[in-house]
Design a protein around this ligand. Structure first.
Ligand SMILES: Nc1ncnc2c1ncn2[C@@H]1O[C@H](COP(=O)(O)OP(=O)(O)OP(=O)(O)O)[C@@H](O)[C@H]1O
Length: 563
């Protein structure tokens, strides 16, 4: 690919030099035509021919340069997208937080697009923008060095003004960014607090904070921009077509009067001088685009550097479907230990419920089974084999999970249901949806199972949960991790979810994270977590009889629900 961009640069240089030929040609033609006596066709035609040829070569070489760099960009984009998808397929599932998903979206869409300019246009356009004025000035030097100087006479005004505009630019940008952040924070605070503020009659005060932030930003911005605008006007004027033409013509007339150059040579100088400002504009825009693309590239590199989930070199097949936590401890990156020293054995055909206060570590513990994260110490075993020694695809065929936060993909209802088993028959899909208590709801949609999620299939939270239960039923994994939904706890929806879950649990090893004690009374084992450790375990009767932590939770729960 680097060789393609190099070829693009060479072609662009060639094309640019070829576009200079007509300027020389015009000067030469002028010289021939202005010679005293009749026009000599033998002199005119070769010049016209060379000009025409150069025009064709210039057009073809510039076109070819862009084609070549676009091909390079195409290859790079395809390869980057492939590598991003490949890497994302191998990062631990726990990496997918909302922030990280945002990063992926930005990298896969915006950042790769930003790179397009760098690969497909930057080198070619910059080559043109450098070769064109240099070639022009070199030609003028060949005619007469004074003409070359005349062509760049207004350039120092531009360079001095531009240099002074850029002085302290980074520091000023930092200050402006901070100002924008203060204004945003004031807006967020204002919007978040609007109800409280209005209820307590403090609207004026809240407005004032926002006004102050905006006022301060406006003053800073104006203080910086006003002098810049003056300079900008000066630089634009120094490079504007009338000024450049005027300086060139005045200088040209003087040079001709002094006898240093011919009128035709002076005309050639005017033509070259007129193209220099446009190339400067291209250079300027190119530098800005390059900065943007460099930032985009570093975000893509960071994404490709995420450590993948380690896969076993010699994977082992689990024998059976029991799940065992053996002295398991885990800490998120940069946090204290969240679960510690947990030993637990979940047998096939049983339901184990994890209960405990908010932040006790229930979800974290459950997520260690499908390797959202790997344990910090100890081991999680499935069928007697450490999950780290099982090939990920084998593990995902064994362990299914229904999470609180259900994601339905853009596609039809049936495609969503078939996600875990694309070859499921229509009867199997309907059977799973019926067991998950979602079949009737799907039939009520305009196009039934062919309705599209987010278009003609809009599901409530509870319905989406039942969809994901149907999906898990169809995937038919022998081990299931369920994070019970609490958000959609209207009694009817909850009863339906519970019905669906009890069907799902039959004959499997089920680990359920229970947020509402009423739903787990009949399970085989209740494990009470507190501060990341197991404090009690047993059946509902055993734990109530023990009169410990669970009994107190149960009392509080039943009191709360009967009050
Ligand atoms: N991705 C994460 N990064 C860092 N810390 C986390 C992360 N997820 C959870 N934690 C922390 O780990 C601890 C246990 O959280 P966890 O979600 O496992 O508890 P939980 O018992 O499931 O709580 P809840 O019932 O409120 O969902 C909490 O202190 C939480 O702040």
């Amino acid at each position: 690919m680097a060789s393609l961009t190099r070829l693009g640069v060479v072609l662009s240089a060639l094309g640019t030099l070829a576009t200079l030929v007509p300027f020389v040609g015009i000067a030469e033609l002028g010289r021939v035509l202005l010679e005293p006596g009749p026009v000599d066709g033998a002199e005119v035609w070769p010049i016209a021919g060379v000009v025409a040829l150069a025009l064709v070569i210039g057009w073809a070489a510039n076109g070819a340069a862009l084609s070549v760099t676009h091909a390079a960009d195409h290859r790079l984009q395809a390869s980057l997208r492939r590598r991003i998808v490949h890497r994302l397929g191998r990062v631990p599932l726990g990496w997918y937080s909302d922030t990280n998903s945002g990063l992926v979206r930005k990298a896969a869409q915006d950042d790769i697009d930003d790179l397009h300019h760098l690969i497909a246009h930057h080198d070619v356009e910059m080559t043109g923008a450098i070769v064109l004025p240099l070639g022009g000035v070199a030609y003028l030097c060949w005619l007469d060095w004074r003409l070359a100087l005349l062509a760049i006479a207004t350039l120092p005004v531009y360079l001095v003004a531009y240099g002074s505009m850029m002085r302290g630019f980074v520091q000023k940008m930092v200050e402006l960014d901070a100002g924008v952040a203060r204004v945003s924070a004031a807006i967020v605070e204002f919007v978040h607090g609007i109800i409280v503020v209005k209820v307590f009659g403090q609207a004026k005060r809240a407005h004032r904070a926002y006004d102050d932030a905006v006022g301060e930003f406006g003053d800073k911005y104006a203080g910086w921009v006003r002098p810049m605008l003056k300079l900008e006007a000066l630089t634009s004027m120094a490079l504007s077509a009338p000024v450049v033409a005027l300086v060139s013509l005045a200088g040209g007339i003087w040079f001709v009067a002094e006898g240093w150059v011919t009128p035709i040579e002076a005309l050639a100088e005017v033509l070259v001088a007129m193209i220099i400002p446009t190339t400067l504009l291209v250079l300027n825009q190119g530098i800005t685009a390059q900065r943007k693309a460099t930032a985009a590239a570093s975000r893509i590199v960071a994404l490709l550097d995420i450590p993948p989930l380690p896969v076993p070199a010699q994977p082992r097949e689990p024998a059976g479907h029991d799940v065992e936590f053996d002295d398991v401890s885990f800490a998120y990156e940069g946090t204290d230990t969240v679960v510690s020293g947990i030993s637990l054995h979940c047998l096939p055909g049983t339901v184990t419920a994890l209960v405990g206060g908010s932040g006790a570590g229930k979800s974290t513990l459950a997520k260690l089974v499908p390797r959202f994260y790997d344990v910090t110490s100890g081991a999680v075993r499935v069928g007697g084999v450490d999950v780290r020694h099982i090939a990920p695809e084998v593990l995902y065929r064994k362990v299914g999970f229904v999470l609180q936060d259900v994601r339905l993909l853009h596609g039809t209802v049936v495609e969503n249901l078939r996600l875990g088993r694309p070859d499921a028959t229509e009867d199997e899909v309907i059977a799973a949806a019926t067991a998950a208590r979602i079949h009737d709801r799907v039939l009520a949609l305009p196009r039934g199972y062919d309705s599209v999620i987010g278009e003609d299939a809009i599901f409530s939270g509870g319905e989406a949960q039942r969809m994901s239960i149907a999906r898990a039923l169809l995937a038919d994994t022998p081990i299931l991790v369920l994070d019970e939904a609490t958000a959609y706890a209207d009694p009817e929806s909850e009863a339906q979810i519970q019905d669906a879950l009890s069907v799902l649990a039959r004959g499997r090893t089920v680990l359920v994270i229970a947020h509402r004690l009423a739903t787990i009374a009949g399970v085989d084992k209740i494990v009470v977590l507190d501060g990341g450790a197991v404090v009690e375990q047993g059946t509902q009767e055993e734990l109530i009889a023990a009169n410990g932590r669970y009994a107190r939770m149960w009392d509080a729960y039943t009191e709360g629900s009967t009050r």
